[in-house]
Each structure stands twice: as structure tokens, then as C-alpha cells.
Write a protein that binds this ligand. Structure first.
Ligand code: PGA
Length: 250
């Protein structure tokens, strides 16, 4: 069985110095923990902290990811960071289209595809986030919405079939709310994505993560989800004791 991926999305919880302090305090325990439990941990600090974290990180054991990247190679894009810079800084992964960045910048799935393309061109593994709103969930139109989001992503993954590609399913209504879907519901979404992948002739479906209120309480149940490749964890990943429990329990 491949190692479960534990992707820590630190969002903007830490200020610049706090991220550094977190890692210097906990790195040796984290390294030991990942080795003992055979988990693959990826830390995604905010842009400002990436350079310092990269210098400090035991990159043989823990990987570095960014929380977003630009949809362009370079040029007049104020406030954006290119995939190439992320690569040069030491990142191996990049989150794309997280609902919190999509909301703020009116990101569309087309923008996610452009960003993921820039990432793939730099040999970064994109972790493309998808997930329906509470409104769509309640209206029973989740799968229809997911189909719209997933189709262009799977097409892209087919074009870059030699490279690792990750999809994180994060229902927006579950992010930061302590409301977690039933396993059967997540499985229905995963099965649907896998069937769409087969339909377009993808040899291997992207690795599938679940994200949204994963913590030491919800993780033991969530780990039973069929086809689960790992977790995308926000708030709980900033608390080392919680993260440790999750890594041990899953
Ligand atoms: P949460 O966030 O774990 O705090 O719900 C998950 C995410 O937004 O990636």
C-alpha cells in the first residue's frame, strides 16, 4: 500500500516567525513519526515563510508545498507567485483552486487548469481542490457540479499522464465547520471521479485526498474511506499534538 499523504495546509494561521518556530520545535518528532508510521507529510506554509521553511526542512523526509501559484509563467501579475519560483524555492507540491483562494480571486476551474499546467511544466505536483457549496449539497446537485469541475482536470491529467496528479475533494460546507460527510458520501464522489477518469481513457486515476474538518476525532473514521489516498488538513495541522495523533491514527 502506498504511504498515505498528509497535506498540512497552514493557510494564514501562522505569522512569518511562528511558522519557523513551529518547524524548529517539532521537526525531529515529525520526522521520526513519519518514518515510524510510513506516512508522507507535506507542509504548505504561506508564501512568505516558504524560503525559510525550505532552508530548515528535512527535505528527505518531509515535502514542501505552496498554497497557490499563478496561472501564468511570468509577467505583469501583481501579487502572484510563479510555479517556477516555487520550484526554485524547493517546493514539490502546490495547492490549486482551494475554495478560500477561489472565493477571494474569483478563481474558476479554467484558472485552476491554467495554474495546474504551470505547475506540471515545472514538475510540481498539483493538488487540485474541488468541492461543492452547501447550497449545491442541499439541492442534491453535488455530483453534477463535481462533474463540471473534474472533467477539465482529468483531461489535463491525461495530457501529463507521466506525472503525479492529485485531486483533493473538499466540500466547502465541511471546511472549518467540524461537519464531516459520511464515508459513503465521500466514497460516492471518489467512485464517480474514478469512473470519469476511466471514461476518458486515463490509465491511472489521480490520487484522491479528502479535506474538510479532518482532526484527531474525525480521522479514524475517515481513514476507512475506500480509494482514499490521504488528507488535506487545515486548522488541526497547525497544532502539533493534534497532527501527531492524526498521523498515528490513520
Ligand atoms: P480545515 O481546512 O481542516 O480547517 O477544515 C481544510 C482545508 O481548507 O484545506
Amino acid at each position: 500500500m502506498p504511504a498515505l499523504l498528509i497535506v498540512c495546509n497552514w493557510k494564514m494561521y501562522f505569522f512569518y516567525k511562528q511558522a519557523h518556530t513551529w518547524l524548529s520545535t517539532h521537526q525531529s518528532d515529525l520526522v521520526q513519526l513519519t518514518k515510524q508510521t510510513n506516512k508522507h507529510v507535506i507542509l504548505c506554509p504561506s508564501y512568505d515563510a516558504l524560503g525559510e521553511i525550505a532552508k530548515l526542512l528535512d527535505a528527505k523526509t518531509i515535502a514542501l508545498g505552496a498554497q497557490d501559484c499563478a496561472a501564468h509563467i511570468n509577467g505583469p501579475y501583481t501579487g502572484q507567485v510563479s510555479a517556477q519560483s516555487l520550484k526554485e524555492l524547493g517546493c514539490s507540491y502546490v495547492l490549486i483552486g482551494h475554495s478560500e483562494t477561489r472565493g477571494a480571486h474569483k478563481g474558476t476551474i479554467e484558472a485552476s487548469v491554467l495554474k495546474a499546467t504551470c505547475a506540471l511544466e515545472q514538475n510540481l505536483t498539483p493538488i487540485v481542490c474541488i468541492g461543492e457549496s452547501e447550497e449545491k449539497y442541499k439541492a442534491g446537485t453535488s455530483l453534477k457540479f463535481i462533474e463540471e469541475q473534474v472533467r477539465p482536470i482529468l483531461e489535463l491529467s491525461k495530457r501529463y499522464s507521466g506525472q503525479q496528479f492529485i485531486i483533493a475533494y473538499e466540500p466547502i460546507w465541511s471546511i472549518g465547520t467540524s461537519i464531516v460527510p459520511k464515508n459513503a458520501y465521500i466514497e460516492s464522489v471518489f467512485t464517480y471521479i474514478i469512473s470519469r477518469a476511466k471514461k476518458i481513457g486515463l490509465q491511472r486515476a489521480p490520487l484522491l485526498l479528502y479535506g474538510g474538518s479532518v482532526d484527531e476525532v474525525s480521522a479514524p473514521t475517515l481513514k476507512q474511506v475506500v480509494h482514499l489516498g490521504g488528507f488535506l488538513i487545515g486548522k488541526a495541522s497547525t497544532d502539533f499534538q493534534k497532527l501527531k495523533k492524526i498521523v498515528q491514527l490513520v
